[in-house]
Design a protein around this ligand. Structure first.
Ligand code: E4P
Length: 218
């Protein structure tokens, strides 16, 4: 399973690269705003900086909600760097924009997916990736990982090349479930990736090894 880092924060990205476990990056307009990036020039420069750091797909989301705006923005974003993936919401004009951009060879990530039907439409339109939001479904007492499993199975038995990015992941349990389901990619904050290292027996075992060693090596 590939790991994408779910952030436009360059320091977090640099730290994650040092661990050698990052295959790509996802961003969204909320994360861009939280990072204090204002105006197209600054935002596009950040996408370029990320692409220069990470050798893998970098999802950059459109702000337009109509077809013309989305394809114009999508082409502009795609021209920034070969690794840019244009992120597009799963709405009517978005599906049309995915069809247009994918026919031009531009990679797309269809976002805000909450049902298998939305994922199917995105895949039929030619989306390279779909992003089902696990945590946001769990927040309203629905099973987010169940949706991810349904989409992974659907793409497998209909032979779609569209890959599933499990998004809105909030815990190591979400990641463990995604592994069981054969999810292609999980996009995660750095803190959650590092939490995978935590196990009390690892900590206790390491302490014991070092205590035993130092008992005879003063
Ligand atoms: C990534 O593609 C999504 O935009 C992101 O994972 C959403 O996460 P959130 O539900 O925690 O905001």
């Amino acid at each position: 399973m590939k790991f994408f880092l779910d952030t436009p924060d360059l320091n977090k990205i640099k730290e994650a690269i040092e661990y050698g476990v990052i295959d790509g990056i996802t961003t969204n307009p909320s994360l861009i705003a939280k990072e204090g990036l204002i105006g197209e020039d600054n935002i596009y420069k950040r996408y370029m900086d990320i692409c220069n750091l990470v050798d893998g797909p970098v999802s950059a989301e459109v702000i337009s909600t109509n077809y013309k705006g989305m394809i114009e923005e999508g082409e502009k974003l795609a021209s920034l760097h070969k690794n840019i993936v244009v992120k597009i919401p799963v709405i009517k004009d978005g599906i049309k924009a995915i069809k247009y951009l994918s026919a031009k060879g531009i990679k797309t990530n269809c976002t805000l997916i909450f049902t298998p039907g939305q994922a199917l439409l995105a895949a039929k339109a030619g989306a390279s990736y779909v992003s089902p939001f696990v945590g946001r479904l769990d927040d309203i007492s629905q099973d987010g990982t169940k949706l991810v499993g349904q989409i992974v199975n659907m793409f497998s038995y209909y032979n779609f090349s569209t890959q599933v990015i499990a998004a809105s992941l909030r815990s190591t349990l979400h990641i463990a479930k995604c592994i069981e389901l054969g999810v292609h990619i999980a996009t995660i904050p750095l803190e959650t990736i590092l939490a995978l290292l935590n196990h009390p027996l690892t900590q206790a075992g390491l302490k014991q090894f070092l205590d035993d060693y130092h008992k005879v090596n003063n």
